[in-house]
Each structure stands twice: as structure tokens, then as C-alpha cells.
Design a binder for this molecule. Structure first.
Ligand code: IPM
Ligand code: MG
Length: 356
């Protein structure tokens, strides 16, 4: 049976890293006769250039019909002055929302070969394996009202709304407990319940959901402390559950623990585990087109796709093992390079994965 995979390269380094990742996807497809069909479409600035919209209708339709979606990155300097609704990031937020991809999994795993690429001491990060579960379709990213207006004193005010209803909290909490249950059974819910009412409700609902998972040890942490603990003693965490904005911030911190943001893949899932897969880094316009970006986060996103959307854990492991082998050969893109290592380009890194 054929399975359709929508490929959205996007902007900046997006097309380069997607090329490497789709080469790996095509290789696995042929090797195991998986029946994947790849279909490409535009999103972000590329969507705006092609159709004057960051999420063209054809792209949305393709993604709705597809069994899975692989995305590169969105954003670029040339789009910074567009009206807010037309900016590339709006396309990404819209596709997450339209496909109801509320559960965003961001694993931060330190490959032992990269221990010295981390800016933290070896013993702090060695063996690191954290899963951040970020709520992705609610919170302050989507809350209404939002905008910039002029008040009665002729002063401009900018405003956003941080809102969660109990159903939104419940479903992401369940996702996180399910994941924790399959790992080390430790879940830390991160909020700001000492200040925000929305976090008070968050905590209340998470505690309620916890009743169905007595085997999982639940703790709570304020987000300011969590950001500190992540760099002080990251290995205390197994699964971190948090809202949209806190998850955005903490996952960049977690990425740096692993040596480079160029290493972190992600899966964004709906209630049926249909997913969109993307590296957590952005479009890096400063290095776009230079063939120097690290494609590993996108390649590892393909591995997550095989695992979560197609239930192919062995094929997913093949990709993870190939990444390990390439690192063993001391091949590194510029962002993760180290003494005694050879710096390779995006395409050379992709080719090295295929050869492993
Ligand atoms: C991410 C990115 C996006 C986000 C941007 C590009 C809209 O930072 O996926 O973490 O904030 O969610
Ligand atoms: Mg981010």
C-alpha cells in the first residue's frame, strides 16, 4: 500500500537539509520496499513567493491528505517587513493548528561522540536523554485577543493572551504520561503557577490526569527554576511536560546541552499519531545556500517519522545507528566540529549517512 509523505522544504537552509533527509528517506523506502510516495509543496516565505500566502491552500490540502509531513524550516530576512499575517512563521503556526498537532515531542539526546561539543562539562551531560513534551496548538501563541493598538492616551500597546482550557491541558498531559510510562517513568510538569492563573489550572489538571498513571512519578517546577536546572543538572529530568511558549524556550536550552541545535529533531502529533516532523532549529538565513548546515536534526526527524507515524522502529533505528557511525568516523558539520574531526558540508554529511 502506498503512503503519501508531504515534503515542505520551506526557507533558508530548509531546502538543503531536506535534500539530505529525503535522500535518506528514499534510501530506506527502496531498501525496505515501504511504498512511500513523496510530494513537495511550499510553506513559509516560499509559500508567500509562490502564492502570496505563507500557507497556500494546496499545501494545506496536500498535508491533510498525506499520511505524514516532513518540514525543513521557515523564515528569512526578506520577509521580515511583510504584514504580520503574511510572515513565514504564520504558515508554520497555521499548519500546526490546522492539522491539530497539539503534541510536540522534542527529544534531547547527547550522542557520546559529541560530549565535548556541548558547552557544559562532560560529566553534567554525558548520557543525557530527555524528552520535552510541548503543547503546540494553544497557549499564548494562539490566544485571543492579540494585537498592537493605540490606547486612549495615544500610546501604543501590544498584547497577547495566555489561555488554556482544561481539555487542552488534559490531552497534552495524557500524551506526556504515556511517553513517561514507556521511559523512566518520571514526569516533570513545568509552569509558572506562583504567578499565573492559567498555570494554576494547568497544575490542577495535570495532577488529576496523574491519577490514571500511579506508576509515573510526577513533579512540578516553575519555569525559571527549570531553565536553571536544565543547565545545572539536566540528567535529573526524564520527561518534561510544558506549554507552548515555555516549551519553545526550554527546548532550545536542551538542544544546546546536546552540542548543537542542529542535532534536535521533533515530532508534532495529532490525536491519531498523524504527524509532522521537523528539526527544532530555524531557517538560519545567515548560512543558507552555503551547504554548511547540519542536516542531522532533519535526518533524525525522518527517523522519528518512521517510529511514530509508521510504526517502523527497526528502520528508525537504522537511521539512528547510521548517525552514530558517522560521528564515530569523526565527521562533523561546522556547528559540531571538534579537534581531530573533519568538517564536512551538508551534502557530504548526508552522503556519509547513506553510506553507513
Ligand atoms: C520552533 C520555532 C517556532 C516556534 C517558530 C519558527 C515559529 O522556534 O519550532 O521552536 O516558536 O514554535
Ligand atoms: Mg523555537
Amino acid at each position: 500500500m502506498t503512503k503519501k509523505i508531504a515534503i515542505l522544504p520551506g526557507d533558508g537552509i530548509g531546502p538543503e537539509i531536506i535534500k539530505s533527509a529525503t535522500d535518506v528517506l528514499k534510501f530506506i523506502n527502496t531498501k525496505h520496499n515501504l511504498g512511500f510516495e513523496l510530494e513537495y509543496s511550499d510553506i513559509g516565505g516560499a509559500g508567500y513567493d509562490a502564492c502570496k500566502k505563507p500557507l497556500p491552500e494546496a499545501t494545506l490540502k496536500l498535508c491533510q491528505d498525506a499520511d505524514s509531513v516532513l518540514l525543513g524550516a521557515v523564515g528569512g530576512y526578506q520577509y521580515d517587513n511583510l504584514p504580520r499575517d503574511m510572515r513565514p512563521e504564520r504558515g508554520l503556526l497555521a499548519i500546526r493548528r490546522e492539522l491539530d498537532l497539539f503534541s510536540n515531542l522534542r527529544p534531547a539526546i547527547l550522542y557520546p561522540q559529541l560530549a565535548s561539543a556541548s558547552s557544559l562539562k562532560d560529566e553534567i551531560v554525558a548520557g543525557l536523554d530527555i524528552m520535552i513534551v510541548r503543547e503546540l496548538t494553544g497557549g499564548i501563541y494562539f490566544g485571543e485577543p492579540r494585537g498592537i493598538k493605540t490606547d486612549e492616551n495615544n500610546k501604543k500597546i501590544g498584547f497577547n493572551t495566555l489561555v488554556y482550557n482544561e481539555d487542552e491541558i488534559k490531552r497534552i498531559a495524557k500524551s506526556a504520561f504515556e511517553i513517561a510510562n514507556k521511559r523512566d517513568k518520571k514526569l516533570c510538569s513545568v509552569d509558572k503557577a506562583n504567578v499565573l492563573e492559567v498555570s494554576e489550572l494547568w497544575r490542577e489538571v495535570v495532577i488529576d490526569v496523574a491519577k490514571d498513571y500511579p506508576q509515573v512519578e510526577l513533579s512540578h517546577m516553575y519555569v525559571d527554576n527549570a531553565s536553571m536546572q536544565l543547565v545545572k543538572d539536566p540528567k535529573q529530568f526524564d520527561v518534561i511536560l510544558t506549554g507552548n511558549m515555555f516549551g519553545d524556550i526550554l527546548s532550545d536550552t536542551a538542544a544546546q546541552l546536546t552540542g548543537s541545535i542542529g542535532m534536535l529533531p521533533s515530532a508534532s502529533l495529532d490525536k491519531n499519531n498523524k504527524g509532522m516532523y521537523e528539526p527544532i532549529h530555524g531557517s538560519a538565513p545567515d548560512i543558507a545556500g552555503k551547504n554548511i548546515a547540519n542536516p542531522l536534526a532533519t535526518i533524525l526527524s525522518v527517523s522519528m517519522m518512521l517510529k511514530y507515524s509508521f510504526n517502523l522502529p527497526e528502520q528508525a533505528a537504522e537511521i539512528e545507528n547510521a548517525v552514530g557511525k558517522v560521528l564515530d568516523k569523526n565527521l562533523r558539520t561546522a556547528d559540531i566540529t571538534d579537534k581531530n574531526c573533519s568538517v564536512v558540508s551538508t551534502s557530504q554529511m548526508g552522503d556519509a549517512i547513506l553510506e553507513s
